[in-house]
Design a protein around this ligand. Structure first.
Ligand SMILES: [Zn+2]
Ligand SMILES: [Zn+2]
Length: 360
């Protein structure tokens, strides 16, 4: 294959905001000296894909090929690539580039770089749109490509690229470990992997949910305790109990009551972004117990690799339902209804051979 050729790619895209995903043909950039060409095998469906397609956070860039939980195999590398070779199992998460020179980038916090380039719905410095993983191939600079474990099923690894690092990074940053009491709010795509990782880090882990529906799953996945906030007296009972609370849900919650569950020096971390972004916070309960309220967004490249290695060591994969790509719109509705255990993953071999829509 000629180095100068752009790569024809096919995938599924939302052609306009709030529209169902349909087949889409497009081109990827040529494989540059530092690039890796990846044959995509699986891509997870993250709740943020749905928020993005439906313009629930901000105005999106269309056509939009979502997908930032990408797992595949290297099929070609540029001349200067040193970390990968054809045949390697690799992944791509939420970012495919950043400025590489700011404070955040120098500290390995590329996820907080002001010029971070998202894997889809974003733009490269040359103005071209980034297209994500609901697709057959992707070209990514090797600095933003991750090595994947070979000892776990690839479809169970794919969602770690977003759900895994989004939970691992705050758990690590706020010192989850032996002797710590950690609560996970919500047992969905993020929550179920947060639970597995927090347990593997050695903490005592509670799952907090608004019904009893997930009680059995929580126990099966290793939770030490399960609390239903609809049960009378739950909030009162849990006051001053946790060192760390990770809120994985993007719905509005009784924020203040959760903050009151923190013990001295406890931290409440938001990782799910609600549509309504403002919440009221009383300052007194922070002062009285030296509590922290914070947020966290995915993680840097080096930490993502560390998370993948940790998950391999502890045999942590996601619980997934593998679907063919023609079921993607149905899957979106089921994610919104909370009707999936716990992550949909698209099998990219199911992309249709014949494509009715052609654009580039
Ligand atoms: Zn995501
Ligand atoms: Zn930067």
């Amino acid at each position: 294959m000629n180095q100068q050729q752009h790569h024809k790619a096919k995938g599924f895209a939302a052609h306009e905001s709030k529209q169902p995903l349909k087949p889409f043909e497009f081109t990827r950039r040529q494989v540059g000296p530092n690039d890796v060409l990846i044959d995509i095998k699986f891509c997870g469906i993250c709740h943020s894909d749905i928020h993005m397609v439906r313009d629930e956070w901000s105005e999106g860039t269309f056509p939009m090929v979502p997908g930032h939980e990408i797992a595949g195999i290297v099929s070609k590398v540029g001349d200067k690539v040193t970390k990968f070779k054809p045949g390697n199992l690799v992944g791509v998460g939420c970012l495919v580039d950043s400025c590489r020179s700011c404070d955040a980038c120098r500290k390995g916090l590329e996820n907080y770089c002001a010029k971070m380039v998202g894997t889809y719905g974003s733009r490269f410095p040359d103005g071209s749109i980034t297209y994500g993983g609901y697709s057959n191939v992707i070209v990514v600079d090797e600095s933003y490509v991750l090595r994947l474990p070979s000892t776990l099923p690839l479809e169970e690894v794919a969602p770690l690229l977003c759900a895994g690092i989004t939970t691992y990074s705050p758990l690590k940053h706020w010192n989850c470990g032996p002797g710590k009491s950690v609560a996970i709010i919500g047992l969905g795509g993020l929550g179920h992997v947060a639970l597995k990782i927090a347990k593997a880090m050695g903490a005592h882990v509670s799952v907090i949910s608004h019904s009893d529906k997930k009680r059995e799953d929580a126990k099966r996945l290793g939770a030490d305790d399960f609390f239903n906030t609809s049960d009378e007296g739950t909030f009162k009972k849990l006051e001053d109990r946790f060192d760390l609370i990770l809120n994985t849900v993007s719905a509005e919650v009784d924020f203040q009551s959760f903050v009151n569950m923190l013990s001295i020096d406890g931290a409440y971390i938001a990782i799910g972004l609600p549509e309504k972004k403002e919440m009221t916070l009383r300052v007194g309960p922070l002062i009285w117990k030296r509590r922290t309220v914070a947020g966290s967004m995915i993680g840097g490249i080096q930490e993502t690799q560390e998370m993948l290695d940790f998950c391999e060591q502890h045999s942590i994969g996601c619980d997934v339902e593998v679907i063919s790509i023609d079921k993607v719109n149905e899957a979106y509705d089921r994610v919104v209804d909370g009707n999936v255990k716990f992550r949909f993953v698209i099998d990219m071999s199911t992309l249709p051979q014949a494509f009715p829509v052609s654009e580039s």
